[in-house]
Ligand binder design. Structure first.
Ligand code: KG4
Ligand code: ZN
Length: 350
């Protein structure tokens, strides 16, 4: 068993390294360094080529900083866990090649981690007692996954998005409203002063099973923005109406999943789980049904601590990656199986 794991995450626009230190039962977070690439703000979205270059320039210093802050030398590190995918292939490649070189030169163990499995493990970094079974809603810029998790590594896919991811919808609507990238944080801020009754947007697929669709909602917002004669005045209200629609769909499906599986814990993960509005609405909706487990925001946004934590688990099972480990933009989630719960057996939320 590894006692000190170095995690590396470079799948999108955060260059991150973290150190987990164990020895006892649960590993503890000794350091987490996240360098956000501000360059993309200018372009209103992530520019892949710029992301790769920025990772290349920053990663050695970010890793060094994580080791210094953890108070451990490289000599104490037993294993390196790195995001293998999914994500931007050039960005992933920087992390994978760097991790491989470190592990190979230092004769350390190496393990490739799936980015979304990292998001799933994020609350476990802060809550050592968090363990399956639970249902999980993973909502990021690239994915919207509703999972039943009977055990770590066993992922029963209840539903996913048919088009845009939840975070992607926030980012696109932010552009329509003239807000910056990423879109979630400014929309959540504006929505606080928005009137929930001014704009009511559609709740796509609300009454159907566990799948999601957000592209029609984005179009509805586009029409509202075009029809507005004073966007300055309407902006907070549109933000509020949009956020309410997305969160209503997310928590309705989460509640449906909790009722269908009978799980007593619901995990929220991914960048959209930084939303305090999402966490509080999920807790309200699931009161008496399940407890909501959600990490603090810096662990829900892309970070290497969650990668180190998922890697820790896989290393504990004896898993190792070999030197052929390669970045994969479309890496499938290991242990994922699709389950179909017939519509007739789904008890709808009251
Ligand atoms: O997991 P993440 O950091 O990166 C990916 O793996 O994609 O997720 C980023 C997404 C972005 O789309 C961003 O707008 C969204 O998370 N996000 C939020 C909030 N904070 C970040 N969405 C809604 N409300 C927030 N407070
Ligand atoms: Zn992510």
């Amino acid at each position: 068993m590894a006692d000190v794991v170095l995690g590396i995450e470079t799948s999108c626009d955060e260059t991150s390294a973290a150190v987990l230190v164990g020895g006892g039962r649960a590993p503890e977070l000794a350091s987490l360094v996240i360098l956000s690439q501000d360059v993309h703000k200018v372009f209103g979205g992530v520019v892949p080529e710029l992301a790769s270059r920025a990772h290349l320039a920053a990663l050695p210093a970010v890793v060094e900083r994580a080791l210094v802050e953890a108070g451990v030398g490289w000599g104490a590190v037993d294993a390196v866990a790195v995001t293998q995918g999914p994500g931007l292939v050039g960005a992933l490649l920087v992390g994978v090649v760097y991790a491989k070189a470190l592990a190979y030169a230092g004769d350390r163990a190496l393990v490739g981690v799936h980015h979304m499995e990292g998001h799933l493990f994020a609350p476990a970094v802060e809550d050592p007692d968090l363990a399956p079974p639970f249902v999980a809603l993973l909502v990021s810029g690239g994915h919207t996954l509703l999972l039943d998790v009977p055990a770590w590594g066993q992922y029963r896919l209840l539903g996913a998005t048919r088009d845009d991811a939840a975070g992607e919808a926030f980012d696109k609507v932010a552009i329509l409203l003239g807000l910056g990238y990423p879109g979630g944080p400014p929309i959540e801020r504006l929505a606080q002063s928005g009137d929930p009754a001014r704009f009511t947007f559609p709740r796509p697929m609300l009454d159907e099973g566990f799948e999601f669709s957000f592209s029609g909602l984005k179009t509805a917002v586009l029409h509202a923005v075009r029809a507005s004669d004073d966007l300055e005045r309407d902006r907070p209200h549109v933000a509020r109406g949009f956020q309410d629609a997305v969160l209503d769909v997310l928590v309705t499906k989460l509640e449906r999943a909790v009722r269908a599986t009978g799980r007593r814990t619901a995990v929220l993960g991914g960048g959209v789980a930084c939303s305090r509005a999402l966490a509080s609405r999920a807790a309200e909706r699931l009161a008496g049904l399940a407890r909501v487990a959600v990490a603090s925001p810096r662990l829900n946004a892309d970070n290497a601590a969650m990668i180190a934590r998922a890697g820790w688990h896989r290393l504990g099972l004896g898993e190792r990656s070999d030197w052929t480990l390669d970045a994969r933009a479309d890496l499938p989630l290991p242990g994922l199986e699709t389950v179909v719960i017939p519509q007739s057996t789904i008890r709808n939320p009251q």
